[in-house]
Ligand binder design. Structure first.
Ligand code: 5GP
Ligand code: MN
Length: 344
């Protein structure tokens, strides 16, 4: 939920601002991109000049999002990105709360001189923003951002397009409204957006409706050839090498959802997906129940996120990472048992 005193601060900083930069995290997902574009639409409706910036490109699965092609990508256009960051009177940090999540854009963001405002739902926010709307219990940044826009008096400026952008973030971060993090407020926000003309079916179709054959084959290959299930440790791993991804003509977004296939195996309580990318191995961690994958990711792989969904990375090779994960199986199993006993 959004605290009114935080909004008073937001309003004060926005009142004096002309140029606004909206930033979100590396490997941006639907919550990151949807909230950036939705906030930009709202702020432009109030007469502000707004630039959206991301460290790197979103998945092609988000190509349908109105305005996505106008986002300045730091890895493609560092000069333009630097200029927008430095010109901004106010900078928004959406869906992340540590500068490290900006990857290659971190240094440029840190040298910006405007006022930082944050809207985020990850645990453990850093203190770089002057004001923030932060709730780690909230299921998505999009849900919080609806509260921000409505609280600033902008509810009527949310048209069907803006509502669709927010709904995309809410739907994906909640696993289509099935995770524990979903609250009555989540559904109240959806209801309010439906009153503003939201077409939820169109958003679901755009994200989950169809997929390239290569992606489907990559998932099938990963499940058949690269999934390791350890029933005695209630854990499953899936990994993809650079060659695997080349074989199926990998495009950004192709591996989205793979970690949930591992988590969906009967008896599995912790799942890890690891893939080789250009300069690192990127991992997704998921759990059901009390085992905190956030703590695990933070301890072993310089990561973070949420209790049941987290991420991390390593500069080691995929082979070394997988060997390290297998070595951690007893620790994971002990962690699951301890968490269950604490819960009992
Ligand atoms: P995903 O596995 O979907 O990429 O990420 C799951 C969650 O963990 C998301 O909330 C995401 O923001 C967070 N996350 C992913 N990668 C990292 C990382 O490297 N560091 C931190 N702190 N959080 C991450
Ligand atoms: Mn999010």
């Amino acid at each position: 939920m959004v605290d009114v005193s935080d909004l008073v601060e937001f309003q004060r900083h926005l009142d004096g601002a002309h140029h606004i930069a909206i930033t979100s995290h590396r490997s941006p997902d639907a919550d990151a991109v949807g909230t950036s574009l939705a906030l930009a639409r709202y702020l432009r409706s109030t007469g502000k000049e707004v630039t959206c910036l991301l460290p790197d490109a979103p998945d092609e699965a988000l190509d349908w999002m109105t305005g996505v092609n106008d986002i300045v990508l730091f890895d493609r256009d560092p000069g333009q990105a630097q200029e927008a960051l430095h010109r901004a009177d106010v900078l928004f940090a959406l869906d992340y709360n540590g500068m490290g999540r900006l990857g290659p854009m971190k240094d440029a963001a840190e040298s910006a001189t405007g006022t930082w405002l944050m809207v985020d739902h990850h645990m453990g926010p850093e203190d770089f923003p002057t004001a923030r709307v932060h709730d780690a219990r909230c299921s998505s940044t999009a849900e919080l951002l609806w509260g921000v826009i409505a609280g600033l008096g902008g509810k009527e400026a949310v048209d069907a397009t803006t509502a669709g952008l927010l709904y995309a973030g809410m739907m994906t971060d909640t696993g289509s409204f099935r995770f524990n993090s979903v609250s009555a407020e989540t559904h109240r926000v959806v209801a309010a957006m439906m009153d503003q003309g939201l077409n939820h079916t169109a958003v679901h179709e755009a994200i989950f409706g169809e997929q390239p054959m290569d992606r489907m084959k990559l998932h099938a290959f990963a499940v058949v050839e690269r999934m390791e299930v350890y029933p005695e440790f209630q854990t499953a791993f899936v990994h993809l090498t650079a060659e695997d991804m080349e074989r199926f003509h990998y495009r950004p977004g192709y591996t989205e959802g793979l970690v949930n296939k591992a988590l969906g195996v009967s008896g599995v309580k912790v799942a890890v997906f690891a893939k080789q990318s250009s300069d690192r191995v990127k991992m997704s961690f998921r759990s059901v129940g009390q085992f905190s994958v956030r703590d695990f990711a933070e301890k072993h792989f310089d990561g973070g996120g949420h209790h049941n969904a987290a991420g991390g990375a390593s500069k080691e090779s995929i082979g070394v990472v997988m060997a390290r994960l297998r070595g951690l199986l007893p620790e994971i199993a002990a962690g699951i048992t301890a968490a269950e006993e604490a819960d009992a």
